[in-house]
Design a protein around this ligand. Structure first.
Ligand SMILES: [Zn+2]
Length: 484
């Protein structure tokens, strides 16, 4: 039995060496990351061309649309929000001006007034038992932990107070890690979110949610000692919400085993990037690494696996709007084309860059039961599979694999090798310099073979495929698959 497995494994390695074509891999990257694709920003024509390219490659390889789907495209519904052009806020006898002291995370046009209630950080415990109906809720940004990102808490608080009937949320921001200039820049651009509502209802969709600059902490003292019955009024104008539809691309290869083909291995990689900027000189963010490599890898895998399908079925999801907050994969996870309970694994690729061409970095290396398969797949092509060297950066929760993990599907990101954050990474990461001619194609060819071999090994695996015991996402997995 052992002999048979190793014979079939040897056959796979041999056919990968014979069939994976470096020129083909390179041509995917030279197209996807070309200047003409202008950084593939979500909502642009070039982003749609990238999606079309992936779909037409799928069709030429014999990769099918998902069972029951009539095309390769899944339309993702996004809300594109443009910040207010004019706004004012009065709290008691204090006035706040747009940009100088106030920016909006989300908003809608109109006048909003009510009694002000200060709620500390405004976390679940802080809000418990409070009557927020008709009120303007004031809170501190974040949750008190300086190393955590603030905006996820803004979203959480916003949803909680809106549900409780409040008319607006204002948060006090004290500059620390980020200066006000940067906050202003970030908040004044276009912002995207998933939109589940009906088209035409978008004008009502943005909950007024502002950050106020509290440079020296005096504003906090003011709100903490606010007299009961103090009222605030807010006026917002020139804000625009627009619903746009952008494509995810989904492909499917049926497995060879009559029973195991009901189980699906999902291959994910985002194809969007961040577009062009206003700067002088090279203004195109080509995104060859981020995430041209992932797309080229996916297409290379699609071509090979269509000819050599494993026992389990393989699905491909080229995700859109990752750079806007993992929106394409989050949409898919909420509206799966293939039922999530049949999706037994997600193997993602997303990279900002690599700095060690002897390695493969698996973000989530030890978090699922197939760690040995990553080692085996990499060794077959002279590479070493290592764990994410920068756990403090929390990369696991920052790419599309987490959209699946959060639903319980065991997931990792199988990325080109990096061992630290150094100049070799930062000179390309989200820079116009991230161009296809700067890539090491000998390495990428080996890496791609290792990746496809890993997919094949998982697709044929007769051991258990699940989370490592005690993992943060294990309970979600038990629920999804109905395990004890
Ligand atoms: Zn990326």
């Amino acid at each position: 039995m052992i002999g048979m497995i190793s014979a079939s494994a040897q056959k796979t390695v041999k056919s990968l060496n014979a069939e994976i074509d470096q020129q083909e891999l390179k041509s995917h990257l030279y197209f996807i990351a070309s200047d003409e694709m202008r950084g593939r920003n979500t909502g642009t024509v070039e982003n749609e061309i990238a999606a079309r390219y992936i779909a037409t490659r799928f069709s030429s390889y014999g990769v099918q649309p998902a069972p029951g789907a009539d095309s390769y495209f899944q339309q993702v519904s996004l809300m594109k929000a443009v910040s207010p052009q004019r706004a004012s806020l009065t709290v008691g006898d204090k006035e706040f001006a747009l940009e100088d002291d106030m920016v909006f995370y989300t908003a809608k046009n109109g006048s909003f007034s009510g009694e002000v209630i200060y709620v500390g950080y405004g976390l679940e415990d802080d809000l418990e038992g409070l009557d927020l109906a008709g009120k303007i809720v004031a809170a501190k940004t974040g949750n008190g932990n300086p190393s955590e990102r603030l905006t996820p808490y803004t979203i959480q608080k916003q949803q909680a107070v809106e549900k409780a009937g409040a008319v607006a949320l204002i948060e006090l921001f004290k500059p620390g890690r980020y200066p006000w200039q940067l906050i202003k820049y970030y908040f004044s651009g276009e912002k995207y979110s998933l939109y589940e509502g009906a088209e035409g209802d978008e004008e009502e969709a943005g909950f007024p949610s502002a950050w106020l600059l509290d440079q020296d902490g005096s504003l906090l003292s003011y709100f903490e000692s606010l007299e009961e019955g103090t009222t605030a009024s807010m006026n917002i104008a020139g804000q625009g919400n627009k619903v746009i539809k952008v494509p995810n691309v989904v492909g499917y290869i049926e497995g060879t085993d009559p029973k195991l083909k009901e189980e699906v291995i999902m291959i994910t990689a985002h194809f969007d990037h961040v577009g062009v900027s206003e700067v002088e000189g090279d203004s195109i963010w080509n995104g060859a690494r981020d995430n041209g490599i992932g797309v080229a890898n996916m297409l290379t895998a699609a071509e090979y696996l269509a000819n050599h399908p494993p026992k389990r079925s393989i699905a491909f999801l080229a995700c859109n709007a990752e750079e806007k907050g993992l929106l394409g994969s989050r949409w898919y996870a909420a509206h799966p084309v293939i039922p999530l309970e049949k999706t037994v694994y997600d193997l993602n690729t997303d990279t900002g860059g690599y700095n060690d061409v002897s390695k493969v970095t698996v973000v989530g290396f030890n978090r699922t039961s197939v760690t040995d398969l990553f080692t085996k797949a990499s060794e077959a092509f002279g590479l070493e599979a290592i764990d994410d060297p920068l756990p403090e950066e929390n990369y696991y929760d920052r790419s599309d694999n987490v959209s699946f993990a959060a639903k319980g599907v065991p997931a990792v990101s199988f990325d080109p090798g990096y061992t630290e954050m150094n100049e070799e990474i930062t000179k390309y990461y989200h820079q116009p310099a991230d161009e296809p001619q700067t890539l090491d194609y000998d390495y990428l060819t080996k890496y791609s073979k290792a990746y496809i071999y890993a997919v094949s090994l998982i697709g044929n695996y007769d051991g258990e495929i699940f989370w490592t015991e005690g993992d943060k996402y294990e309970p979600a997995g038990k629920e999804l698959y109905g395990r004890d």
